[in-house]
Structures are given as structure tokens and as C-alpha cells.
Ligand binder design. Structure first.
Ligand SMILES: Cc1cc2nc3c(=O)[nH]c(=O)nc-3n(C[C@H](O)[C@H](O)[C@H](O)COP(=O)(O)OP(=O)(O)OC[C@H]3O[C@@H](n4cnc5c(N)ncnc54)[C@H](O)[C@@H]3O)c2cc1C
Length: 437
């Protein structure tokens, strides 16, 4: 193989890129990471909760016990799962807690990406990578046969045997240089998030959590003014991340903006008491892919692999949002395949095909395939965001309100609530959703 400046260049130092770089360095390769933010995490945003299994398995395989799990800058271990149906002035919230949620490999943690990504970058550097921040890669270098052999950033051209592209959801290089299709407005969503500071003890009181433990909450209904999308809330050590996600297609049609939705969300009676007396210290926005398996582009190319959100590896199931665990595992698989291909002296797409095999044999592609029909089901299920939260309010009022009038049997109170929405239609919709999950 021809002489190159580095064995591997990684574009982007998010979850996928930093882990790819870490694994490749641990395997003895020379690695350059180029990150456009002034520091890793400067431009990144997540809800967010990291399902820990993928990070645990990377560290179990590569860290030789050097990294103490307790030293990772997680915010809180999530031990309470909340799901809320919200209409304009009511909310029904399910709060689930169990021992299993906290068990090793089933555990999950809230994270703030500014801190977490800097830890990932430092870990990659300590493994031997070079991380350069504040530089945006503008193009991939390709030889006459089309094989990628490096990057261009400003006036610099830097070469490598393999380039791992992990530039996130706004994947311009993947589109421009690798021919990935531009996602449709129905497949992409905008996420906005605000972070509110509160003392740790107040958070623990408001969420009935032990110190260092916390809650994740996903909300459906009026938080997006009835448009497809949802709200989220994660407890951090001494702050709360609160935000909304709404598809670009529906935002284009909406008679309101996502900022107005956010303002109303914060004033909702189920949310306002949670952030009472809290100071907003951060505001951010980011794209998120919502299309599932059907929008995953070709991710193995001659001399180049695509990982994480750049390959659209993200899932929003309504009760789970996952992207970081997929990013971490795809970054690992990309690095392992790249290292093996370099060692074998064949970095063509067929030499790098082990990446596809690892992805397809793992939860990454298998989960995306399992829930393949969910994005379309959710997109068409408009009543889920309008009628259902109202129906839930009516049903819960029928169950809980006592007004001194002589009682009517519960089934007689609930039946008309379902009937006016069409019982067969309800059964069909719920059945369809369950088949897609
Ligand atoms: C509102 C919202 C809520 C979410 N909630 C969750 C959640 O709770 N749990 C979960 O698991 N996932 C969640 N996700 C998804 C998750 O954030 C992503 O799946 C994850 O960040 C993907 O990691 P990545 O490394 O692929 O991309 P990113 O984290 O986006 O990293 C890409 C990196 O590439 C850099 N970059 C981009 N272009 C260039 C360039 N040209 N040159 C150099 N560097 C470049 C960026 O600055 C960035 O650092 C959420 C996403 C959003 C938007």
C-alpha cells in the first residue's frame, strides 16, 4: 500500500468518531481526529441519555482495566422511566422504576455532551490519537479509481489508508463526497434543548430519586402542539435538560414555531413545577434523523467507512431515543474493520466489508430493521399526538374525579370516551403500532 500521513483519519469527535479513534489507537494504528468544534462536544447536543451497554463492551475489550467506570463524567444513573401523555392542560404520567434498569449492561446515564465528549476525546488522546479541533473537513480526497485516501481542510491535504466519516446527522460530506441521498423533510427532525440549573437535592426531591440517580421522561401530545414529535426531560447532577423534537416536514406545515412550542411546554402544569426557580443556563438546537433503517445510506466505500449519525443510525421509538449507543458500537466496528483491512493490505470496499458484517450481526442494524416500520407508522398516526392525549385526559377524569353526583359504573363512563373516537379505528391503530414495535 502507498505511504500515507496516517493509518486512519477520523472526521468528527462525537461518540462515533472518538470511539473509532480510541479503538484504532489501541490496536496500534496512527490516528488523526479532525473536529470542527473548538473543542470536542462544543457543537454537540443530545437529549440525553446514554444506554451504557456499548461503551461498557468497548472498555471491557480495550481499556485493560485502565478506565474506572466511576470516573466517567456521567450525570445521573437513570432509575426512573417516565412517559407522559399531555394535552393542553393535563398529563397522565407513568413512572416506572426497577432493579433491572440499574443492572450492569442494562444501565443508562444522563450526559451533557460538552463534558462527556471532552472525556471521550481525552480518552482517545491518551490512547495515542492526535485530536485537532477547530478545523472543518471540506472534502474527501479520492484517487482515479474513486478510492478515498484522505481529507481536505482549507489549504491542507492530509492522507490516510482509511477515512472514518463520523460527522453527525448533518452529514454534508457523506452526501457531497459519497453520494448519500439527501434525507426527506419527513425523515429529519429538529431538536431544541434548554438546560436549567437546580440544586441536586431539589432534583432528587422533585423526582423521588436517590443521590446520583435520576429520571428520564418522554412526552407525547400537546408539547409539540399536536404535530409529530415529542418532548424530553433528563435529570443531570445539578441541572435538568428539557427539550422538544419535531419533524421538519410537520414544522413546515405548522402554524407555529418550535420556539413557541417550547415556551408553551415550559408553562405546562406538568412541567412548570419541575423547573420552578431554575435558571436557564444553556440553549441549543440540532438535527436528528428519524427515518430509521430506510434512510441508512451505503456505509462501506473504497477507503472510507461511515459511522454514527452520519450513517443515520438513530432510533426514536417514542419510549426510547437511541443514537449514542449505536454511534459508539458503529465507531468501534468501523475501527476494527479498518485496522484489519490495513493489516491485510486491502482497503477497498471489499477489504473493509467486515464493517458491514459486524454491523449486521449486531444490535445496530438488527434493531433498526426490527423497528423499520415504526417511523412511517408514527408519521401517519396523527391522532397519537392530538386525540389520544385528550382521550387519556377524559378517561383519567372518569376514573379519578369525584363530584358528589351519584356514580355511574366505570365501564359506562369509559365506553363513550372510546366510542366517539371509533372503537374499531382505535383497535386498528393500536394494533398497527404494536406490530411496528
Ligand atoms: C434533541 C436530541 C435528543 C437526543 N436524545 C438522545 C438520547 O437521549 N439518547 C441517545 O442515545 N441519543 C440521542 N440523540 C441522538 C444522539 O445525539 C446522536 O445519535 C449521537 O450524538 C450521534 O453521535 P455521532 O458521533 O455520530 O455524531 P455527533 O455527536 O453529532 O458528532 C459529530 C461530530 O462531528 C463534527 N463535525 C461535523 N462536521 C464536521 C466536519 N466537516 N469536519 C470536522 N468535524 C465535523 C461535529 O462538530 C461533531 O463533534 C438525540 C439527538 C438530538 C438532536
Amino acid at each position: 500500500m502507498e505511504e500515507r500521513d496516517f493509518d486512519i483519519i477520523v472526521i468528527g469527535c462525537g461518540c462515533a468518531g472518538a470511539i473509532a479513534a480510541y479503538v484504532a489507537a489501541k490496536k496500534g494504528k496512527s490516528v488523526l481526529v479532525v473536529e470542527r468544534g473548538d473543542f470536542a462536544g462544543a457543537k454537540n447536543m443530545t437529549g440525553g441519555r446514554l444506554y451504557a451497554h456499548s461503551l461498557r463492551s468497548v472498555l471491557d475489550a480495550y481499556s485493560d482495566g485502565e478506565i474506572d467506570w466511576g470516573s466517567i463524567p456521567f450525570e445521573r444513573k437513570i432509575t426512573h422511566e417516565r412517559i407522559a401523555f399531555m394535552d393542553i392542560a393535563s398529563a397522565m404520567t407513568v413512572d416506572f422504576t426497577s432493579e433491572e434498569l440499574g443492572r450492569e449492561y442494562c444501565d443508562s446515564y444522563s450526559v451533557l455532551r460538552g463534558t462527556f465528549d471532552q472525556w471521550l476525546a481525552k480518552t482517545a488522546e491518551e490512547a495515542g490519537c492526535e485530536v485537532i479541533c477547530g478545523i472543518a473537513v471540506e472534502a474527501l480526497l479520492r484517487d482515479d479509481s474513486g478510492c478515498v485516501y484522505g481529507i481536505r481542510a482549507g489549504e491542507d491535504e492530509i492522507t490516510a489508508q482509511v477515512v472514518i466519516l463520523s460527522e453527525g446527522a448533518n452529514s454534508l460530506l457523506t452526501e457531497r463526497c459519497l453520494g448519500a441521498p439527501r434525507p426527506k423533510p419527513s425523515q429529519m427532525a429538529v431538536g431544541i434543548k434548554e438546560v436549567f440549573e437546580l440544586p441536586a437535592s431539589t432534583i432528587e426531591d422533585r423526582f423521588l430519586c436517590a443521590p446520583d440517580e435520576g429520571a428520564a421522561m418522554l412526552v407525547v401530545g400537546d408539547c409539540t402542539h399536536g404535530y409529530t414529535g415529542g418532548g424530553f426531560l433528563y435529570t443531570n447532577k445539578d441541572s435538568i435538560s428539557l427539550g422538544l423534537v419535531a419533524t421538519i416536514e410537520h414544522l413546515q406545515e405548522a402554524d407555529t414555531t418550535i420556539y413557541q412550542m417550547m415556551d408553551d411546554f415550559k408553562k405546562h402544569p406538568a412541567v412548570a413545577p419541575i423547573i420552578r426557580d431554575a435558571a436557564m443556563v444553556e440553549h441549543s438546537g440540532h438535527m436528528v434523523s428519524e427515518g430509521g433503517y430506510d434512510m441508512v445510506p451505503e456505509y462501506v466505500h473504497d477507503g472510507c467507512l461511515v459511522a454514527g449519525d452520519a450513517a443515520m443510525l438513530c432510533m426514536n421509538l417514542g419510549y426510547q431515543v437511541r443514537g449514542m449507543d449505536l454511534a459508539i458500537s458503529s465507531g468501534r466496528f468501523a475501527a476494527e474493520a479498518a485496522c484489519a483491512a490495513i493489516d491485510a493490505g486491502d482497503v477497498s470496499a471489499s477489504g473493509l466489508a467486515a464493517y458491514r458484517t459486524a454491523m449486521e450481526e449486531s444490535f445496530v442494524i438488527q434493531d433498526l430493521k426490527t423497528y423499520r416500520r415504526w417511523p412511517q407508522t408514527m408519521d401517519k398516526w396523527t391522532r397519537m399526538f392530538t386525540e389520544y392525549p385528550t382521550m387519556v385526559r377524559e378517561a383519567m377524569n372518569a376514573v379519578f374525579v369525584v363530584d358528589g353526583e351519584p356514580g355511574i359504573p366505570l365501564r359506562k363512563r369509559l365506553w363513550p370516551i372510546a366510542k366517539k373516537r371509533g372503537v374499531f379505528k382505535l383497535i386498528k391503530e393500536v394494533g398497527g403500532a404494536l406490530r411496528a414495535l
